[in-house]
Design a binder for this molecule. Structure first.
Ligand SMILES: Cc1cc2nc3c(=O)[nH]c(=O)nc-3n(C[C@H](O)[C@H](O)[C@H](O)COP(=O)(O)OP(=O)(O)OC[C@H]3O[C@@H](n4cnc5c(N)ncnc54)[C@H](O)[C@@H]3O)c2cc1C
Length: 469
């Protein structure tokens, strides 16, 4: 049995590893020059950066143990602190009642506090009915003033959509709201236990590097720089085309696991392998893209007061910044500190159409309006990296995704799609790896496409990490 895998991110690598364990032959095709996908790291001078702030969440201890073993123990426990920069002040993020009152002052906090308490009580009385949008979900839990302060602008800038257009699930997966007892404890100054997650020494890219080594050691074939540009079902399997437009280069597989974007995978099908209503639905799946601007400084005063910080206001084009050396000093250099600025936009936006130089200049100028980054003249741009379509704007209840899922249910196990882009669902690294494992099992006859997707909705893998007691 030959399993063909499209994509060498964490999901594809985990699928390859599991398929090999189960005795299959594996050939993995990665479009880029190296494996890793979104969990890659890059070197810029003496600094190491990731594609945005990545830590491995603690929801699945078996995954953490496995990765620690693969990395020979070089996996750090970290407790990322997050902040949100609003009205020239830094607030804790997610919302912390005590911090909000201390930073806003009692007068500024009075009304939001009252509305928050009312919302929490009413929400409890209202019972479990699912609100229809993220806005309704957040207002019911936070009250309107705190929703506007912490959620509305931040989400709109990050995702490019109003919270009225996003499902309530979006909030459930990402936002933790303290209950009233916890909020009262926060108000009395009792610190919440830190939330633990994990980070490899020398950058998050060490995880896919270790998986790549494990796959090749077991005899899996990995072809980098090899995009899959088309595929077709045949009576006895799947043909994958890794050629150019002028010359097809066909490889055969019994089963295919796709981990690249679900829409382009379906749109690349040939010979009527995908029915027209499914390709039409695939066209309606949407994504968000990001420009990463990597900056360094030799100014010793430059230091972020938290590991990563959100900037929801229009005064800055960037929406999130982090400093990788906060997780592992191996990512910093002897003389420079690095910052990664994320500009969330879409290829159709005016912002995306600006040149790399223009975006870099604006980033540096606007960083100068925030006191963390030191003296603006000492900021140096190290790299600008554009990543298209890495963030699926997924609503599992949308007609488009349901149509696509129904097709995948009926075509598994010959064609399996998994991972963040392959399932078009918001999943993190742990869930992406679990999905890869489940995809390999489905490919080899145990498990279904629905089992793979269920992983995306498992609450234990949400962003909050595990509280250290
Ligand atoms: C900014 C940011 C921050 C994040 N922070 C965290 C975090 O803190 N913690 C966490 O757990 N997760 C985080 N994540 C999510 C995490 O990165 C992803 O869930 C995980 O890396 C997804 O792995 P994947 O294999 O599903 O997808 P990808 O990593 O996207 O892998 C897909 C691969 O397929 C390749 N490919 C695509 N099309 C083709 C083709 N036609 N032919 C061949 N190859 C192809 C791509 O090049 C890519 O390598 C973050 C993501 C982002 C973008």
């Amino acid at each position: 049995m030959l399993v063909g895998i499209i994509g060498g991110g964490l999901c594809g690598l985990a699928a390859a590893r599991r398929a090999l364990e189960l005795g299959a032959d594996v050939e993995l095709f990665e479009r880029e020059a190296s494996t890793g996908g979104m969990a890659s790291s890059l070197r810029a001078g003496e600094l190491t950066f990731d594609l945005g702030p990545h830590t491995l969440y603690a929801g699945n201890p078996a995954i953490v143990r496995d990765i620690r073993g693969l990395l020979g123990g070089r996996l750090r426990e970290v407790t990322p602190e997050r902040g949100i920069w609003r009205q020239s002040r830094l607030y804790q993020f997610p919302f912390h009642l005590g911090d909000f009152v201390r930073t806003s002052g009692l007068r500024g906090a009075g009304l939001p506090l009252l509305r928050y308490v009312t919302a929490r009580v009413t929400d409890r009385l209202n019972g479990p009915a699912e609100p229809s949008s993220l806005e309704e979900w957040a207002v019911r839990r936070f009250g309107r003033p705190l929703y506007e302060f912490y959620v509305r602008d931040h989400v709109t800038k990050n995702v490019g959509l109003s919270p009225t257009a996003l499902p309530a699930l979006w909030g459930r997966q990402r936002i933790r709201i303290p209950d009233l007892t916890e909020a009262a404890a926060q108000l009395m100054g009792r610190a919440a236990p830190p939330r633990v997650s994990y980070y490899p020494e020398h950058g998050i890219g060490r995880i896919p590097d270790a998986l790549t080594t494990a796959v090749t050691r077991r005899g899996g074939r990995i072809s980098t720089g090899t995009p899959v540009v088309g595929w077709a079902r045949t009576p006895d399997g799947i043909e994958l085309d890794t050629g150019t437009a002028a010359r097809a280069r066909v490889r055969k597989a019994d089963v295919v696991v796709n981990t690249g974007p679900l829409d382009s995978f379906l749109l690349r099908a040939r010979n009527d392998s995908v029915p027209p209503e499914v390709t039409e639905a695939a066209r309606r799946l949407t994504y968000r893209s990001t420009v990463f601007v990597y900056v360094s400084t030799d100014d010793r005063r430059a230091q972020m007061p938290c590991d990563l910080c959100y900037f929801p206001e229009p005064a800055q084009i960037f929406s999130r910044v982090y400093s990788p050396a906060g997780y592992s000093e191996h990512c910093g250099g002897p003389s420079r500190t690095g910052f990664c600025f994320e500009i969330h936009c879409d290829p159709d936006d005016a912002l995306w159409k600006e040149t790399d130089d223009a975006l870099a200049r604006r980033t540096v100028a606007e960083a100068g309006t925030v006191p963390f980054f030191g003296f603006p003249d000492r900021l140096r741009v190290e790299a600008v990296v554009r990543v298209r379509r890495h963030y699926p704007l997924a609503d599992p209840s949308s007609d488009a995704l349901r149509t696509v899922d129904r097709f995948l249910d009926s075509s598994a196990p010959r064609v399996i799609s998994a991972g963040r882009l392959g399932s078009h669902r918001y999943v993190n690294m742990d869930s992406a790896m679990l999905m890869g494992t489940a995809a390999a099992e489905a490919a080899l006859g145990s498990g279904t496409a629905a089992d793979i997707r269920r992983i995306a909705d498992t609450p234990q893998f949400v962003e909050t990490g595990r509280a250290r007691r």
